[in-house]
Design a protein around this ligand. Structure first.
Ligand SMILES: NC(=O)c1ccc[n+]([C@@H]2O[C@H](COP(=O)([O-])OP(=O)(O)OC[C@H]3O[C@@H](n4cnc5c(N)ncnc54)[C@H](OP(=O)(O)O)[C@@H]3O)[C@@H](O)[C@H]2O)c1
Length: 310
């Protein structure tokens, strides 16, 4: 790769934190956290990209507080909607591809068929609507882009369902967990590896075609579904990791898990019932097979337990 840097945004988050060491291993990396570049500040975004002139942009930053977004739509739309469009406009000026993450929450959750990239969107709340606006803004910016739509992100670090439930399971006797939303828990590190795969594909094609990566991979620019293989419910997911924790820590007492319907756990923002996503386009284009969710979970639990990271 030439000396122009990869620009990473959101390195303090789950996906960004996993992407940081992987992208660093590719060469020159510049990582800007919120303190260094606030994505609610459009002139600052433009200035950063113009100054750095990155070869690639990886945007792992987002407003991810799903329930809070409903009462804070201005921030959610600024970070999730406007910022990706502005990044795209600036990336287009300098010929840098943008790797961006989006969500199953762009869908309504109707039916029980896994969603494909061509299915109509229909977000149920502000978070999903703001992420959809970001997808559309980036896609319309003219920049070569890979929008990786994923679901139920978790890992050994950061704020996520697995870490929250494991901690509560050690404090309480019973935990009631929603058992009628279907999706695939997806490891943050898998998504970081996928960003690397996009870059390597772009660099390889550029090398073979004599173009810059943005031109070399323009024909495969677009949206890709990228979640673990298989599916479960939040209750199924929690049951599996609490079972693994119990086996690894026989001396500890964990809460009893009870399945409940979503109606018994009201939240500010409505969640899609069916978050299953079809990832065939990703496998076909990149040869990247997403792991089965239970396999990733074993690896994450190994890290969580080895690091006493509950
Ligand atoms: N989490 C999920 O379950 C899930 C599911 C589907 C899709 N996704 C998508 O996957 C991507 C990565 O999610 P994640 O779980 O890794 O998110 P995360 O852990 O919540 O991290 C988000 C990052 O964005 C940064 N950020 C927030 N507001 C910012 C601002 N105004 N300026 C600059 N940076 C800002 C945060 O900075 P601070 O650390 O300073 O707050 C944080 O580092 C996102 O696009 C998300 O929409 C996530």
């Amino acid at each position: 790769m030439n000396d122009a840097p990869i620009l990473l945004l959101g390195a303090n988050g789950q996906v960004g934190g996993e992407a940081l060491p992987l992208l660093r291993s590719l060469g020159h990396l510049v990582s800007l956290t919120r303190a260094e570049l606030d994505l609610t500040d459009p002139p600052a975004i433009r200035a950063a990209v113009r100054d750095l002139r990155p070869r690639w942009i990886v945007n792992a930053a987002a407003y991810t507080a799903v329930d809070k977004a409903d009462s804070d739509s201005e921030s959610a739309f600024a970070i999730n909607g406007d910022a990706p469009r502005i990044l795209g406009e600036e990336a287009h000026r300098i010929g840098a591809p943008v790797i961006h993450f989006s969500t199953d929450y762009v869908f309504s959750g109707d039916g029980n068929r896994p969603w494909t990239e061509d299915d109509p969107t229909g977000p149920l709340g502000v978070y999903g609507a703001s992420k959809l606006a970001g997808e559309q803004g980036l896609a319309g910016s003219g920049a070569t882009h890979f929008i990786l739509r994923t679901s139920w992100v978790y890992g050994a670090h950061g704020e996520n369902f697995l870490r929250r439930i494991l901690k509560l399971a050690l404090e309480r006797e019973e935990l009631k967990i929603v058992d009628d939303q279907y999706g695939a828990p997806t490891w943050s590190r898998t998504l970081a590896s996928l960003a690397v795969a996009c870059i390597l594909r772009g660099e390889k094609d550029a090398l073979m075609g004599g173009d810059r990566p943005a031109e070399a991979v323009q024909s495969i620019s677009g949206i890709y579904h990228a979640c673990s293989a298989g599916f479960t419910t939040w209750f199924g997911f929690a049951s599996e990791f609490v079972r693994m924790a119990q086996m690894a820590l026989p001396g500890r007492v964990f809460a009893r898990l009870t399945p409940i319907p979503s109606s018994a756990f009201p939240t500010a923002a409505k969640r899609p019932v069916n978050s299953r996503m079809n990832c065939e386009k990703l496998a076909h284009t990149f040869g990247f097979d997403m792991p089965v969710w239970q396999d990733s979970l074993s690896e994450v639990m190994h890290e969580v337990l080895a690091g006493n990271n509950i």
